[in-house]
Design a protein around this ligand. Structure first.
Ligand SMILES: C[S@@+](CC[C@H](N)C(=O)[O-])C[C@H]1O[C@@H](n2cnc3c(N)ncnc32)[C@H](O)[C@@H]1O
Length: 288
């Protein structure tokens, strides 16, 4: 196991269960879990496919229990998985925590579309709390434009003094954020990187500055990256060495790891000139 820590951001390169052993029970304010979905993605070190649905669920229930033990008595958990496995997670978790929202992360897709069924354009997220009478929810931090009220300047005549509708509101449970695309600045070489804006909403709503946030399947360490930006502390666990290296660059600004550069692979349309400045070019090249 390798552990790197700087200014409250701790990055752990380990299997989830080994990494979790280093985290004190009852010490975490918020957990964000984006695990393998059992849909066959290639995560380099691990393959995202179990022999049976039952074995995936048994494995998942074990880390779900371990994660819940890490939460403070007023702790919060957001958890994702594929649409086909979320009903099982839901039934399992509702016996252990209160599920306050069943969120749909919706995105449009211009890519290959299903031809003989309705293609999947969303991923489910459960928002769960340990104590439904005591948990953090910073509504003011995550307000969005109330489209109808704001754009059409509607007046609510049911009020004793007719007033204009609010121009902002707390988001509902359908969240629209674009997926991380190759051409986006935040893109890293990972098959299921989550958008910075998705994590911003979760972390702003459900934690305060200085709080401790745990992500047991960190991938490219999006959670830790946002925690650093929003002045939260974080613990991120990731089994794959390559993704861990991305985290070291993204969160701790490390330029080198184990004698190798951590620099991002150039995109096919980028190259560097003699002064080391980036310019656009339609050819695949690498820094090293
Ligand atoms: C869905 S991805 C997480 C993506 C992440 N949220 C992001 O924004 O980049 C799941 C991650 O879990 C990691 N993983 C798979 N099995 C693991 C295990 N047993 N212990 C720790 N990490 C594991 C994979 O390598 C993969 O990066």
């Amino acid at each position: 196991m390798k552990i790197y820590e700087q200014n409250g951001q701790k990055l752990i390169n380990a299997d989830v269960f080994d990494g979790l052993k280093t985290v004190e029970e009852g010490s975490v304010d918020l957990i964000f879990i984006d695990p393998p979905y059992n849909i066959g993605k290639d995560f380099n070190t691990t393959k995202d496919k179990w022999k049976t649905a039952e074995s995936y669920l048994d494995w998942s229930y074990e880390w779900i229990d371990a994660c819940i033990r890490k939460l403070k008595s007023n702790g919060i958990m957001y958890i994702m998985t594929s649409t086909q496995f979320m009903p099982y997670f839901d039934i399992y978790i509702r016996q252990r925590m209160s599920i306050l929202s069943r969120i749909i992360w919706y995105y449009d897709s211009s890519g290959v579309q299903a031809k003989k069924y309705f293609g999947s354009l969303y991923e489910p997220i459960l928002f769960c709390v340990k104590n439904k009478y005591d948990y953090c929810f910073n509504a003011k931090e995550i307000l969005v434009e109330a489209k109808t009220g704001a754009k059409r300047r509607l007046i609510d005549y049911r009020k004793s003094i007719p007033t204009q509708y609010n121009s902002t509101k707390i988001p509902g449970n359908v969240w629209e954020f674009p997926r991380v695309r190759y051409r986006m600045d935040e893109y890293e070489t990972h098959p299921s990187q989550k958008p910075i804006n998705l994590l911003r909403r979760i972390i702003k709503a459900s934690s305060n500055k200085g709080d401790l946030i745990l992500d047991p399947f960190s991938g490219t360490f999006t959670t830790s990256y946002v925690c650093k930006e929003l002045e939260r502390r974080s613990i991120g666990i990731e089994i794959d060495d390559g993704y861990f290296t991305i985290g070291l660059r993204r969160v701790l600004n490390m330029q080198e790891y184990e004698g190798k550069s951590t620099r991002k692979e150039l995109k096919v349309y980028e190259t560097v000139n003699a002064n080391g400045q980036m310019r656009l070019f339609e050819k695949k090249v690498h820094y090293d």
